[in-house]
Ligand binder design. Sequence first.
Ligand SMILES: *Cc1c(COP(=O)(O)O)cnc(C)c1O
Length: 442
Amino acid sequence: MHSEKQKETNLFIYNFMVRDTAIFDIIEKERQRQLKGIELIASENFVSDQVMQAMGSCLTNKYAEGYIGHRHYGGCEVVDMSEGLAIERLCKLYGAEYANVQPHSGAQANGAVLLAVLNPGDKFMGLDLAHGGHLSHGSLVNTSGLIYKPVPYFLNKETGRVDYDEMEKTAKAEHPKLIIGGGSAYSREWDYARMRKIADEVGALLMIDMAHPAGLIAAGLLDNPLKYAHIVTSTTHKTLRGPRGGIILLGKDFDNPWGKVTKKGVIRKMSSILNSAVFPGMQGGPLEHVIAAKAVAFGEALQPEFKEYQTQVKKNAAVMAQAFVDKGYAVVSGGTDNHSMLIDLRPKFPELTGKMAETALVSADITTNMNMVPFDTRSAFQTSGLRFGTPAITTRGAKENLMVEIVEMIDTVLSNPESEANIKSVREKVNSIMKDYPLFAW
Ligand SMILES: *Cc1c(COP(=O)(O)O)cnc(C)c1O
């Protein structure tokens, strides 16, 4: 028998010899960065230990091209079970009839849908990137804009909300084959019913990308787009609090023929066309370790605590937006219905760019990102806005009172962004506050 001391020494020597300290030291640095700071990037979150464990499991070793029961590799009986569980839980979570859990990311999920329903050069509509849309909704540097023909729609200048009347006019003039709803920096609820009506009027399909608010929707705190859209896509790592990844869902339309006729004269179902678009259309082998982690996250999202968490995310965002308004900041659209908000810095600090503001805040260990605001007068590399969100800080256990304090600290930094002493005093306060908050408090 070895003594405890001997065991410890052996373990130390073993770790020292086989561990890649170069990379694990870096990973530890990142963990410390996450622990000591206030994370306000609207698209980020902290996952549970179980989600992390599934991702770091032996499932990463398995090739499983294809779908459950129809794989191109042997030995897939076990991963078939975890992928099946992921699909079953996901369908239950949103009331879906079909789910594809294989997309490696949100952008891949969207790319697969475009591949499934459009031909190169076909017109489709999406929210303009500078107005809160996403790269994969028609940006000219993304495949969506390079291969197909995007026609953007915009926010209304007065209300800061999607201008559905203009959307309808554009759709009637341009006759797109697909209309995409959803965005990355849009703090308001969407009028899905109106969008479906517009899509039906021009004979287009409606796809809703719920990447940002997916968690709030799963908890029933925002309208469920599956009731209105032909196709729904999402990421799994934002408010939904799962591993990085993408998903595609179908509701009542899952069985509808698409009108695409195969060489044999068969009209294929939507579900079958989407499956082929993901694999072999966009991807090769699925990330079965990530799919298992998705299953864990969907299981967590089905628990009652998840609704409590999302309720707190929404409350925290509302309080944060109001605190910004109280301090004289311009919040685009005047507030938020979800977990995020976009601040237009120009009225309060005309000289301060989003980039300068982001840099100063990051130096104070408050992480956020610069963002274009609608009708921005600066470029995407400078911007006039900052985007904030509450999913990550709420996972750490923060409540409304901390939101007010955070806005106070942000205001202190932005009022004097070039003073090292000012930034240092806020950073010390941030680090001391966050000592009391674990990464995952639920
Ligand atoms: C984040 C996001 C995506 C893309 O997700 P990735 O996983 O980064 O590819 C797609 N659509 C919207 C609306 C998003 O906000």
